[in-house]
Design a protein around this ligand. Structure first.
Ligand code: S3P
Length: 173
C-alpha cells in the first residue's frame, strides 16, 4: 500500500508521515529529501541555480521513480507536487495508492512558515506576516482544486500528530 500525504508547505506532511510510517512499520519517503539526495544539492540551491521549471521536471521524474519501485510506503511529496504536469493523474491512476489532504487554515500555515521562509524558495522573498498571509491565501486558492482531489480530506487545525495518525489508520484498516 502507498499512502500519500498531500498539502501546502507547513501542513505537517513530514511530521505526520514519519509518525504514521512508524506505526505501520512502513518506509517513510519525503520526496524533497529524496530529490536532494539524488541531485546532490538542496531544494533551495536547485531553485537558485536551475530555476523552478527544472525543479518541477526532476520532481515529476523522482515521483514516478519512487512510485515504481516502492511497495509499502508513506510518501510526503512537496506542496506543489500534485499541481504540476501529470503528477496528479499519476497519483490517481497508480494502483494501491491512498491519498489524504492535510488541510490547514491560512492562519496556521502562516504561523508555522513565518520562521522558515529562508529554506523555502517560494516564500523566501516575503518578510512580514501580512505578506505571508496574503501569499498563502492566493496560492492556496489556486492549489485547492488539486488538493481536494485526494481520496480524503483531513482538517488538521487543533489536531495533534497522533490524532491525525489515528484518523488515517482508522480510515484505511
Ligand atoms: C513547494 C514545496 C516544498 C518544495 C519546494 C516547492 C511548493 O515542499 O517541494 O520548495 O511548490 O509548495 P514542502 O511542501 O515539503 O515544504
Amino acid at each position: 500500500m502507498i499512502i500519500i500525504l498531500i498539502g501546502y508547505m507547513g501542513s505537517g506532511k513530514s511530521a505526520v508521515g514519519k509518525a504514521l510510517a512508524e506505526v505501520l512499520e512502513y518506509e517513510f519517503i519525503d520526496l524533497d529529501q529524496f530529490i536532494e539526495e539524488q541531485e546532490g544539492r538542496s531544494i533551495s540551491k536547485i531553485f537558485e541555480n536551475q530555476g523552478e521549471i527544472y525543479f518541477r521536471k526532476v520532481e515529476s521524474k523522482y515521483l514516478s521513480l519512487v512510485l515504481e519501485k516502492s511497495e509499502n510506503i508513506v510518501l510526503a511529496p512537496g506542496g506543489g507536487t500534485p499541481c504540476y504536469g501529470d503528477n496528479l493523474k499519476l497519483l490517481k491512476n497508480h494502483s494501491g495508492i491512498h491519498s489524504f489532504y492535510l488541510k490547514a487554515s491560512i492562519k496556521t500555515l502562516a504561523n508555522r512558515l513565518l520562521s522558515e521562509t529562508a529554506k523555502r524558495p517560494l516564500i523566501a522573498h516575503l518578510t512580514s506576516e501580512e505578506q505571508i498571509v496574503e501569499f498563502i491565501g492566493k496560492h492556496l486558492f489556486e492549489r485547492s482544486a488539486f488538493y481536494s482531489q485526494t481520496d480524503r480530506v483531513l482538517e488538521t487545525d487543533e489536531k495533534s500528530i497522533q490524532d491525525l495518525v489515528e484518523q488515517i489508520v482508522l480510515a484505511l484498516f
